[in-house]
Design a binder for this molecule. Structure first.
Ligand SMILES: [Zn+2]
Length: 318
C-alpha cells in the first residue's frame, strides 16, 4: 500500500510550509505529440528548489526550471525551454497535479522530450504524487496574491485573474461542434476537489483535425487510449466520456497547470475560451503590472479568509 499523504484532511487550506515528495517515484508512457516513449522520475527536492525538469537523455542533463520565462511554445501544449534551449513538452497536466497537492519543490527527470500523456488526464500524476507521499519542509510557503483584476484578450477569448481568498477556476468554452457546444465549470481548486472534479478529464481533439495535426508533427502519440476524439457523429472512444462536460473540465485542468508556472496563486481565474497561449500571456501581463499582485506568506490571514472554503462545491455548472 502506498503511504497515505500526510495532510489529506486539511488539504483545502493553504499551509504555511513548502512541500516536496516523501520519496522518488516514476512512470513510463508515450508523449502525446512526439509519440516518444519516455520514462519520468519525480524526486524530492530541497526547500526553495522549485519545480525543475531535467532532460537526462541530453548530454550534461540540462535543467529546465518551470516558470513563465521558460515558455517556448504554446501550440496545442505548453512547452518549456531551459537556458541552453533544451525543451520539454506537454508539462501542463503534471503541473496541475503539483498545483493541487501544493508541491513547491520537485525534480522531474525524463529521458525524452515530452511528459508522457498517460491516459490524457492528470489523474495518473495526482495518484503518483500522492503515492510518493507529500512532506512539509522547514521553509515558509509563499503565494502570489492577486490584488486587482488583470485581463488579457484575443478576439472573443479572455483570461482574467481577480482577487480571491483561495484559488478558484471558472472556465467556459463554446465550440461549434454540437457534442461539445457551450460548457462552463467553476470550482475552488484544492487537493480535495481536484481529484473529484478535474484530474480525470482527458485531452480532447476533433477527428477532422488529426491529419493536419500529424502533418505539423503534432498528436503523433495520440490515440483513443490517451485522448477523447470527437467525430462527426459524436465521441469515437468506445468507453464514452467520463463526464458529460469532460471538455470544459479538461480546459479548466489545463488552466490550473499553466497558471502554476507562476507558483501558487491566491486568486480567481476566469477563462472564456482561453488556452495555453492566453494563460501564459495573462501571467506575463500580471508580472508587468506590479501593483496588481504581491507575494505573501501562505499563512496570511487574508488568504484564509474564506472560512470554510467551498472545497467540493461546483459554484457554476451549465
Ligand atoms: Zn491538456
Amino acid at each position: 500500500m502506498p503511504p497515505t499523504p500526510r495532510f489529506a484532511r486539511h488539504a483545502e487550506r493553504p499551509t504555511p510550509s513548502q512541500r516536496t515528495l516523501g520519496s522518488a517515484i516514476g512512470c513510463v508512457g508515450t508523449g502525446l505529440h512526439t509519440g516518444a516513449r519516455v520514462a519520468l522520475t519525480l524526486r524530492p527536492a530541497p526547500a526553495h528548489f522549485g519545480v525543475v525538469f531535467k532532460r537526462e537523455d541530453v548530454p550534461g542533463a540540462p535543467a529546465i526550471p518551470a516558470g513563465v520565462d521558460a515558455v517556448a511554445d504554446t501550440t496545442r501544449c505548453t512547452q518549456l525551454a531551459g537556458p541552453d534551449g533544451t525543451r520539454v513538452r506537454t508539462v501542463e497536466h503534471l503541473l496541475a497535479a503539483l498545483a493541487a497537492w501544493g508541491i513547491d519543490n520537485v525534480e522531474i527527470a525524463l529521458d525524452g522530450p515530452e511528459i508522457p500523456a498517460m491516459d490524457g488526464s492528470a489523474k495518473p500524476f495526482f495518484f503518483l504524487l500522492g503515492s510518493a507521499g507529500i512532506v512539509t519542509q522547514d521553509a515558509p510557503r509563499r503565494v502570489l496574491k492577486v490584488l486587482r483584476p488583470v485581463q488579457v484578450r484575443e478576439g472573443e477569448r479572455t483570461a482574467t485573474l481577480r482577487p480571491h481568498p483561495g484559488f478558484a477556476v471558472d472556465m467556459a468554452i463554446d465550440f461549434a461542434h454540437p457534442r461539445v457546444g457551450r460548457q462552463r465549470l467553476a470550482l475552488e481548486v484544492d487537493a480535495a476537489s481536484f481529484p473529484e472534479e478535474l484530474a480525470g478529464a482527458r485531452t480532447f481533439g476533433f477527428a477532422d483535425d488529426v491529419e493536419s495535426l500529424r502533418a505539423r508533427g503534432l498528436a503523433r502519440g495520440g490515440s483513443l487510449a490517451n485522448a477523447v476524439v470527437v467525430g462527426e457523429g459524436g465521441v469515437l472512444n468506445p468507453e464514452g466520456l467520463r463526464w458529460p462536460d469532460e471538455f470544459v473540465r479538461h480546459k479548466a485542468l489545463d488552466a490550473v497547470g499553466d497558471l502554476y508556472l507562476a507558483g501558487a496563486i491566491a486568486g480567481r481565474f476566469e477563462g472564456r475560451g482561453s488556452g495555453h497561449a492566453l494563460h501564459v500571456a495573462l501571467l506575463r501581463r500580471l508580472r508587468r503590472e506590479r501593483d496588481a499582485w504581491r507575494r505573501v506568506p501562505a499563512s496570511d490571514p487574508a488568504i484564509d479568509a474564506a472560512d470554510p472554503p467551498p472545497a467540493l462545491a461546483r459554484l457554476v455548472a451549465d
